[in-house]
Design a protein around this ligand. Structure first.
Ligand SMILES: [Zn+2]
Length: 239
């Protein structure tokens, strides 16, 4: 990885920003707009802001939005044990966007740093919105290739809580990195990506920079599971 600087701050509330942050800029323009810039030596006029992430508890406003969608009264962890992170990521078009993810507060620093590592790898992420925006539907979020963390829901076709319900799991580009068991692919729209012999940027493979970034902070990849391959899934628990 390139030498990197990660500005990770904790706040009571997030100064909420969405959408495009910037495209790569000339050094001069970048330094006018941002406190700290990083330039890629091999590319002309290719400077971008150093990584920053803000971590905050779930606000009352956000809690209201989550209720009945990604959060329910009977969830295994209270909303007070969760944090939302606002962070920078690269999209597949080579632009920098603001993204949001909710995880267990005890994992928030690790997760902010993991996405910092992905940022300096310029790992492409297509969407990073909180799951309530998909009405808590994992299917809808997966179809949209949306990267997400906390979602209070059972493991599909079971009555057991998914590790996403504890904020201890993250799914990365789920359309491009589907869940596969035999001939079953989830999301079904990601069928073409079940073939892992032709990997494109944004797809995850054993030992790559994305897997390494998660492992550095103790998180494990679902692509290493034996019967089922959950290529999108990383968790702090290994499950
Ligand atoms: Zn998952």
């Amino acid at each position: 990885m390139l030498y990197c600087f990660m500005l990770i701050t904790h706040a009571k509330t997030i100064d909420w920003k969405e959408g495009l942050l910037t495209q790569p800029l000339s050094k001069e323009t970048c330094e006018q707009q941002f406190q700290m810039c990083k330039c890629v030596a091999e590319k002309e006029n290719y400077c971008f802001p150093e990584y920053s992430a803000q971590i905050a508890p779930i606000s009352e406003e956000l809690k209201t939005k989550m209720m009945g969608k990604s959060f329910h009264e009977n969830c295994p962890v209270p909303v007070e044990d969760l944090s939302t992170i606002q962070l920078q990521y690269w999209n597949p078009e080579g632009e920098i966007y603001w993204g949001h993810i909710t995880v267990a507060s005890v994992q928030a620093d690790n997760v902010a740093k993991i996405f910092g590592e992905l940022y300096y790898e310029q790992f492409p992420i297509t969407s990073m919105k909180l799951i309530y925006e998909f009405k808590g539907s994992d299917d809808a979020s997966m179809r949209a290739n949306n990267t997400s963390g906390f979602n209070c829901r059972p493991i599909k076709n079971t009555s057991r809580w998914s590790h996403h319900s504890y904020g201890q799991a993250i799914d990365i580009n789920p359309l491009w990195n589907p869940w596969v068991r035999g001939n079953t692919v989830d999301p079904p729209e990601g069928k073409e990506f079940a073939d892992r012999s032709n990997l494109q940027p944004g797809m995850i493979k054993a030992g790559d920079a994305t897997v390494q970034a998660f492992e550095k902070y103790g998180w494990k990849w679902g692509g290493y599971w034996k019967k089922t391959k959950d290529y999108q899934h990383f968790s702090a628990t290994g499950r």
